[in-house]
Design a protein around this ligand. Structure first.
Ligand code: SF4
Length: 371
C-alpha cells in the first residue's frame, strides 16, 4: 500500500520580538494583523479619512499613507488623530517628513535608512526621535529599489540580496541602539519573495511584514499573495500582512482576512461551503451561493453554510454545516445542525437560509453572552 502521509499542522510561529504599532501588537506571538494602504492624496484629509473609515469597517487593522510632499506631511497630525486604526507614514527620501510623522503621532514610520544615510547624522537623529516617541520603524526593502551596491554584488534582486539589504538597513539603526523595527522584503515573484523571507527569518528576530509587491490585478494578485503568504505562514513566518492589488484597498483586506482564515490563523466568521456544481445539479449553484454569500455578509458569528446543488452529496455536506441546503426537484431541503427543518420551493431558498442564519446567529450571541 501507499506510505502513510503524516499530517503536518501549521508550524509553530517563529519567535520574533514584539513591537507596538499604536494599540496593535506585531510579533512576539501577537495575532497576524492585516493592513492596507490608502490610495487617496494624503493631503486630502477628508478623502483619506473616508477611505480609512471604509478600511476599518472591512477589518483593516493598520493603515499606511504615502507622504511624498510637505502638504502630505502637514496632514498627518489630523489623520493620525482622527483615524480609528493606527496610521503608518510611508516615507522614501526626506528625513524632514520622518520627523514630521513622528511628531504628528503616527503609530509607525516606514523608511529605509539606506536612503537617507547620505544626510549626515540623520539616521542617528531619527533613531533618537523614534525612541523618544516610542515610534517603531518599518524597513521596507523592495526588489525594484534595491541598494545599488547589492544589485552589483548579486546581479539582480535575489533572495540573498533582499535579505542582506534588509539586515544592512537594520544595522544602520542598530548602530544607534534602535531595534524597534519590523521588516519587509518584497518581490513580485512569490518564489523569490518566499525564499527572501525564509532567509531573513533565520537571521534576525525582527517581526516581519509580508507582501508580494506589484502582485497585479485582483485575480492574479490574490493568488500570488495567497500562495506566498500561505507558504510562509504555514512555516510560522510572518507577523503582519499586506496584500497588494491593483484594486481598491478594501479588496486587499478581504483577501488578507480570507488568507488568515484559510490557514486557521484567524477565526472564520461566515464560511460558505458550496459545491462546484456538475451535471447532477438541479439548481443554479453559482447564483445560489452568491446570493447566500451576499445575504449573509457581515455576520458577526462563525457560521458554516453549505449550498449544495443536488441530493447526492448535498445532504451529507449540509449536515456537517451549521446550516445548509440541498436542492432537488425544484425544492430545497434546509438543514440546521444536521436536521431537515424545512423543505421550501426553490424561489424561497435564499430567504429561508438567511432567516435561519439570523436565528442561529442570535442564539449563538445569546449563548456567548450567558456563557
Ligand atoms: Fe454535483 Fe450534487 Fe456534488 Fe453539487 S452536490 S457537485 S450538484 S453531485
Amino acid at each position: 500500500g501507499l506510505p502513510e502521509v503524516p499530517v503536518r499542522p501549521i508550524a509553530e510561529r517563529r519567535v520574533s520580538r514584539r513591537i507596538q504599532v499604536g494599540p496593535v501588537a506585531v510579533g512576539g506571538g501577537a495575532p497576524v494583523s492585516v493592513q492596507s494602504m490608502t490610495t487617496t492624496r494624503t493631503s486630502d484629509i477628508g478623502a483619506t479619512l473616508q477611505q480609512i473609515a471604509e478600511l476599518t469597517a472591512s477589518g483593516c487593522q493598520i493603515v499606511r499613507v504615502a507622504c511624498p510632499t510637505q502638504d502630505d506631511a502637514d496632514a498627518l497630525a489630523v489623520i493620525a488623530k482622527k483615524s480609528q486604526i493606527p496610521v503608518i507614514a510611508d516615507i522614501h527620501f526626506q528625513p524632514k517628513y520622518v520627523f514630521a510623522a513622528i511628531e504628528a503621532g503616527c503609530a509607525a514610520v516606514r523608511v529605509n535608512p539606506g536612503n537617507i544615510k547620505q544626510f549626515d547624522d540623520k539616521v542617528k537623529e531619527i533613531a533618537k526621535a523614534a525612541k523618544d516617541h516610542g515610534t517603531p520603524i518599518r524597513i521596507g526593502v523592495n526588489a525594484g529599489s534595491l541598494d545599488r551596491r547589492l544589485l552589483q554584488k548579486y546581479g539582480k534582486a535575489t533572495p540573498e540580496a533582499l535579505a542582506e539589504s534588509a539586515l544592512w538597513e537594520a544595522s544602520l539603526f542598530e548602530e544607534h541602539d534602535f531595534r524597534d523595527i519590523k521588516i519587509s522584503v518584497k518581490h513580485n515573484d512569490p518564489v523569490v519573495m518566499v525564499e527572501a523571507y525564509r532567509q531573513l527569518a533565520a537571521q534576525c528576530d525582527y517581526p516581519l511584514h509580508l507582501g508580494v509587491t506589484e502582485a497585479g490585478p485582483a485575480f492574479q494578485g490574490t493568488i500570488k499573495s495567497a500562495v506566498a503568504f500561505g507558504a510562509l505562514l504555514s512555516q510560522g513566518i510572518g507577523d503582519t500582512i499586506r496584500v497588494s492589488l491593483s484594486a481598491p484597498p478594501v479588496e486587499e483586506i478581504k483577501v488578507g482576512i480570507q488568507i488568515l482564515q484559510s490557514l486557521g490563523l484567524r477565526e472564520r466568521r461566515l464560511e460558505i461551503v458550496s459545491c462546484p456544481s456538475c451535471g447532477r445539479a438541479q439548481v443554479d449553484v453559482y447564483k445560489l451561493a452568491e446570493e447566500v454569500t451576499a445575504g449573509l455578509e457581515g455576520m458577526e458569528v462563525p457560521l458554516r453554510v453549505a449550498v449544495m446543488g443536488c441530493v447526492v452529496n448535498g445532504p451529507g455536506e449540509a449536515r456537517e454545516a451549521d446550516l445548509g441546503v440541498a436542492s432537488g426537484n425544484g425544492k430545497g431541503q434546509i438543514f440546521v445542525k444536521g436536521e431537515v427543518v424545512k423543505t421550501v420551493p426553490e424561489s424561497k431558498i435564499v430567504e429561508t437560509l438567511i432567516e435561519e442564519a439570523m436565528r442561529i446567529a442570535e442564539q449563538m450571541e445569546k449563548d456567548g453572552a450567558s456563557g
